[in-house]
Design a protein around this ligand. Structure first.
Ligand SMILES: Cc1cc2nc3c(=O)[nH]c(=O)nc-3n(C[C@H](O)[C@H](O)[C@H](O)COP(=O)(O)O)c2cc1C
Length: 166
């Protein structure tokens, strides 16, 4: 029997329910005054083909997003299955997130993680307020992919690998 809890001020169980939905993990990064800036984001969603739009949801408390949102181009890298350490590094509160990361940036300042499974060069298209997050719509200007590389999967607060069902 399915039992439903009322939404309460303790969000532990709601977070657990959200965590049942598996996602990939992206790195949203750019050069700002020549220095790399970026963050891990598992809230990535492909939204529209024409125009080509993707979205990420960003916590209002993020200190990194305000540094990214005004830049002309952002690089979105879809992390591959062996890049859990890169994801952890890009979510660190202190320290140099890029110290052990192999990356490259293009002339427009979009920064990409090497050996990811897909790369999107984006600009901020619009932002929507959404509770304690904002939804950032990003327009794609260029892209590349390596579909042979399996993606990193985030589910129930753990990193996982995909396996084929059949
Ligand atoms: C697997 C994983 C997924 C994450 N996904 C998001 C996300 O979708 N949106 C977000 O705002 N933060 C996300 N974070 C947290 C950020 O990467 C980062 O830790 C957070 O923005 C705090 O750092 P900041 O103050 O520098 O922004 C994620 C962290 C991890 C480890």
């Amino acid at each position: 029997m399915i039992s439903l809890a009322a939404v309460s001020t303790d969000h532990t169980d709601l977070r657990k329910a959200y965590g049942c939905f598996p996602s990939g993990v992206t790195a949203v990064c750019a050069l700002s005054d020549g220095a790399p800036v970026g963050m891990a984001a598992s809230s990535f969603t492909a939204v529209s083909i024409s125009p080509p739009l993707v979205s990420v949801c960003v916590q209002l408390a993020s200190t990194t997003w305000p540094r990214l949102r005004g830049l002309p181009r952002l690089g979105v890298s879809v992390l591959a299955e062996d890049q859990d350490a890169a994801c952890r590094a890009l979510a660190m509160k202190g320290g140099d997130r890029f110290a052990d990361l192999a990356w490259e940036a293009n002339d427009d300042g979009a920064l990409f993680v090497n050996r990811a499974t897909a790369w999107l060069e984006c600009s901020v298209y619009s932002e929507l307020s959404a509770g304690d997050h904002l939804i950032a719509l990003l327009e794609i200007h260029g892209f590349g992919s390596d579909p042979g590389r399996s993606p990193l999967v985030f589910h129930s607060s753990r990193f996982r690998h995909l396996s084929a069902a059949v």
